[in-house]
Design a protein around this ligand. Structure first.
Ligand SMILES: CSCCC(=O)C(=O)COP(=O)(O)O
Ligand SMILES: [Zn+2]
Length: 207
C-alpha cells in the first residue's frame, strides 16, 4: 500500500497523543501501542519497540484486520488486540493501550476477582451510552498470556457477550480502551485512568 496523506495525518495525530500519554507517565520505556482505523479493511498502528512519547510519522505501519502489515516495518507485538476491535466493532475508530501504574497495580491486586467493578462514579457518564452515575461498569482482567492470538480470541469472546464494555486490563501489564475517534478514545482512557486511580486509593485507604 502507498502511504497517503490520510496515513500521515493520522500518524501525526497519534504521535501527538503519544507525547501527551508519555508526559502523563502512562507509556514508560517503549510500552504501549496506538492505532487508528484507516478504512473498513486497514488500520494504522505503531511500529514495535518505538518510544511512544517520541513517535515520528515513519514509526507507523498499516495492517489489515488479520494483523498483516501492508506497509514496511514491524507492527506492534500486540497488533491482534487492535485489529480484533476494528473487526468486532465497525464503529471503533481508535484504540489506545497504556501501561500506567494504576492499571498495572490494580490488575495485579484484583486479578483473582476477574474484573474491577466501577460503581457510582459521576465520571461513568464520560462513556457513550451511559447517562447516569448510578450503576456499575465491569472492567475485565485477562491473564497476561504471551500468546496474543489466544488473548485476542478471549477478549473477542468476552466483548461478544458484553458489547458495552469500554476497556479491559491485562494482569500486571496494562489497559486497552477504544472509541469512535481519537478524541473519544482519549476521553475514555482519561475517565478509566481516573476511576482506576480512585479504586487504587480506596483500596489503600480501606485495607
Ligand atoms: C517494553 S513494553 C513490552 C511490550 C508491550 O507490552 C507493549 O505495550 C509495547 O509493545 P510494542 O511491540 O507495541 O512496542
Ligand atoms: Zn503492552
Amino acid at each position: 500500500m502507498k502511504k497517503t496523506k490520510t496515513f500521515y495525518d493520522k500518524a501525526i495525530a497519534l504521535a501527538a497523543a503519544g507525547s501527551e500519554l508519555y508526559d502523563r507517565g502512562w507509556v514508560p520505556a517503549t510500552s504501549g501501542n496506538f492505532s487508528l482505523r484507516l478504512d473498513d479493511e486497514l488500520a494504522l498502528l505503531t511500529a514495535s519497540g518505538k518510544h511512544k512519547g517520541r513517535l515520528a510519522p515513519t514509526d507507523f505501519i498499516a495492517v489489515d484486520f488479520d494483523g498483516r502489515p501492508v506497509t514496511d516495518g514491524k507492527p506492534s507485538a500486540e497488533t491482534l488486540l487492535h485489529t480484533q476491535l476494528y473487526k468486532r466493532f465497525p464503529t471503533v475508530g481508535a484504540v489506545l493501550h497504556c501501561h500506567s501504574t494504576n492499571a498495572t497495580l490494580l490488575s495485579r491486586l484484583l486479578a483473582d476477582s476477574g474484573a474491577i467493578q466501577l460503581t457510582d462514579y459521576e465520571l461513568l457518564k464520560a462513556f457513550d451510552g451511559i447517562d447516569t452515575h448510578a450503576g456499575s461498569v465491569a472492567i475485565p482482567i485477562f491473564d497476561n498470556t504471551q500468546d496474543i492470538a489466544a488473548l485476542a480470541n478471549e477478549v473477542d469472546q468476552y466483548l461478544l457477550e458484553h458489547p458495552e464494555c469500554p476497556g479491559y486490563l491485562i494482569r500486571g501489564h496494562g489497559l486497552y480502551c477504544w472509541g469512535q475517534c481519537l478524541d473519544t478514545c482519549m476521553r475514555n482512557l482519561e475517565a478509566l485512568e481516573f476511576m482506576l486511580h480512585c479504586e487504587l486509593e480506596m483500596h489503600r485507604l480501606t485495607r
